[in-house]
Unconditional design. Structure first.
Length: 218
């Protein structure tokens, strides 16, 4: 017999890469014009993922910029641009996912967001993306000094919003975060693209989510 999956009462969304198209390359392609290799070297060796994640975990941008310039003085202007022109890394919303979010909201499903994001830059998203108002709450890593995939941030999420992990579905585009949610007893789904998400949620019986063929016919 197949194990019965508990009915989902709440859906927790990651933001970057799921609902929002954030990528430092949206900015740095303007700076490293026609030099993709130099841009990739900068993002790998100077302002890399590990460096940026420390801001997502609560380090101040002032400290981050000072540290990076001290280590890479030749890149000082580009390092400063990472913060000063940060908003240019936001290309926009992933509209197909936003449509799924709207359908869940209209059906009365509890919606919460859990995002790795700096406390100092999250206001850019709040100002720009009206769909964030559809969330009952948003847990921002930089405000908590915790981040995915650390188990403590999932435990905080479950406590703060009174969630039953077995009836909570977590959606993220990073596999290690999906695995971490599952380790806390949550149902979890790796996001690939909006069509894949829609099909998966419709297959799980989430109320309000129209199957893909119905959306295309409409």
């Amino acid at each position: 017999m197949h194990k019965r999956v508990n009915a989902i009462e709440a859906v927790v969304f990651d933001l970057g890469g799921v609902l929002v198209d954030w990528n430092p390359r949206h900015l740095f392609r303007k700076i490293f014009v026609d030099d993709e290799a130099a841009m990739e070297a900068f993002l790998a060796n100077v302002c890399n993922t590990a460096w940026n994640e420390r801001q997502d975990r609560g380090r101040s941008w002032a400290a981050a910029i000072d540290e990076a310039i001290a280590e890479h003085p030749a890149h000082a202007s580009n390092i400063r641009a990472y913060r000063e022109r940060w908003e240019e890394m936001l290309a926009g919303a992933l509209e197909g996912t936003v449509q799924v979010l709207d359908e869940l909201h209209a059906a009365g499903v509890r919606l919460i967001a859990l995002t790795n994001w700096s406390a100092e830059t999250f206001h850019y998203a709040e100002q720009r993306f009206g769909f964030l108002d559809k969330f009952e709450g948003i847990l921002v890593s930089g405000q908590e000094n915790l981040m995915k995939p650390e188990p403590e941030i999932f435990q905080l999420l479950l406590r703060r919003y009174g969630l039953d992990p077995s009836r909570t579905l977590f959606i993220d585009d990073v596999q290690k975060n999906v695995d971490a949610a599952k380790a806390q007893g949550m149902q979890a789904l790796r996001f690939i693209d909006p069509d894949q998400l829609r099909q998966a949620l419709a297959g799980l019986g989430l109320p309000g989510v129209k199957p893909l063929q119905v959306v295309r016919k409409a």
